[in-house]
Design a protein around this ligand. Structure first.
Ligand SMILES: Cc1ncc(COP(=O)(O)O)c(C=O)c1O
Length: 410
């Protein structure tokens, strides 16, 4: 018998104020939300009252093709009508194509003899968990499990990824952490070398520290780390969760440095917002996983994989990396040397506007009031990560708003 009280409660939600409901029903792990977004199109998102916002955050570097991209939407809709999910007991049509394409993109410019394999999961943290487990399994027979990461890094919130993350404030409330991690000074290859011991198996780094404040490495750092890994028999894991899929002006951030990691993790933009992540590893490293070693129910399922396949196809067609590199220059042109701005960091469509004063939060609020979404990191940094399909005039317009907002705080 139908429970009419449940039906009535369900129907009452239609009328509920989403901000009030959000405040009363969700855990308080995110800051207070002041705007409820109901719709998006390209670089624009809209609230329930029809107010439009230029989205220069892209759901934190996710919507690289913009919101509601028609080709991604069509691919997901078609797949939803065909087959959403089975299980990893069966092969499916879409996931392996995404894996083959990712392998190709990661190996851009590499000799043909190199090859790799992919494990799919659903988020950045999960693919980093996979990378950590794969590295440990790879090192098992030699008693190696220790992983070195950088201070200021961010690798996710699950216990393994959090243990890898080099930020005490995020770790402290959740101790004890997973043992077997060290965090050393970023951009200092000597600090890594000093930390290596007989149990060390891998170095794990972002090519640009995203959550840490869009912090660039010096030009020689990543090649030197690669050389160190080769010399000491260690794996190099690159966390490309934020930087991958064209955002920095190359398919992957490590490609700016002419190196190839042993393990690469990707998520965020891969599915244009449909949750999917991938952990890629060089063939001989990937072989460390035998049947049953690792898994996840949804990993590589057809619906998410269809979003990723459509995303990759479109990114190739618009030359997403080239576009990000070219348009990224407009940020330098518009923002470099402006009052209140110390310097710009990052590259392509992942930029940090480093402010001279600790006013990032207030600046982002002023931008929001003027219809522009940007993201404060810490006190002094505004992160810009617009969709890669953004137009030159939209960048100019956003920069005008940002400069004005910063000017108001001086
Ligand atoms: C470099 C990096 N790694 C991992 C993560 C975690 O990804 P997710 O939030 O999808 O778990 C993030 C998220 O911001 C990230 O920037």
């Amino acid at each position: 018998m139908v429970d009419q009280a449940l039906v009535d409660f369900f129907d009452s939600l239609e009328e509920a104020d989403s901000l009030v409901l959000s405040d009363s029903s969700l855990m308080k792990n995110y800051g207070k939300q002041s705007v409820c977004l109901v719709r998006g199109s390209g670089v624009w998102v809209y609230d329930a009252d029809g107010n439009a916002y230029l989205d220069f955050l892209s759901g934190i570097a996710v919507a690289s093709l913009g919101h509601a991209h028609p080709k991604v939407a069509a691919a997901v809709a078609a797949q939803a009508e065909k087959l959403v999910h089975v299980s990893n007991i069966f092969a499916t049509e879409v996931g392996p194509k995404v894996a083959a394409m990712l392998n190709r993109l990661i190996l851009t410019g590499m000799p043909n003899k190199v090859n790799g394999r992919v494990f799919f999961a659903n988020s950045g943290a999960e693919v980093n968990e996979a990378a950590i487990k794969l590295a440990r399994k790879y090192g098992l027979e030699r008693g190696r499990f220790h992983i070195i990461t950088a201070l200021g890094s961010f690798h996710g919130r699950t216990m393994g990824a959090l243990s890898a993350t080099g930020q005490r404030s995020k770790q402290a409330p959740f101790e004890p952490l997973l043992p077997g991690f060290s965090h050393v000074k970023w951009d200092d290859v000597g600090a890594i070398e000093d930390e290596i011991n007989d149990h060390t198996i891998a170095i794990m780094l972002e090519p640009i520290q995203g959550e840490g404040g869009v912090v660039d490495p010096s030009p020689g750092y990543l090649p030197a780390v690669r050389e160190l890994c080769d010399r000491r028999g260690l794996l190099l894991i690159m966390d490309e969760v934020q930087t991958g899929m064209g955002r920095t002006g190359a398919w992957f951030g490590f490609q700016h440095h002419g190196i190839l990691p042993d393990i690469v993790t990707v998520a965020k933009a891969l599915g244009s917002g449909v949750p999917i992540g991938a952990c890629w590893a060089r063939e001989d490293v990937a072989e460390a996983f035998s049947a049953g070693d690792h898994g996840t129910t949804f990993g590589g399922q057809p619906l998410a994989a269809s979003a990723a396949l459509a995303t990759i196809r479109e990114m190739i067609q618009i030359d997403a990396p080239g576009r990000a590199a070219e348009l990224g220059k407009l940020f330098d042109k518009n923002l470099e040397g402006k009052p209140g701005i110390n310097r710009l960091s990052g590259s392509g469509m992942l930029r940090g506007v480093q402010l001279v004063a600790p006013v990032a939060k207030r600046v982002s609020e002023l931008c929001l009031e003027r219809g522009l979404i940007v993201n404060p990191i810490g006190d002094n940094t505004i992160r810009l990560a617009p969709p890669i399909i953004v137009s030159a005039s939209q960048i100019d317009h956003a920069c005008d708003i940002l400069v004005e907002a910063i000017g108001e705080m001086l």
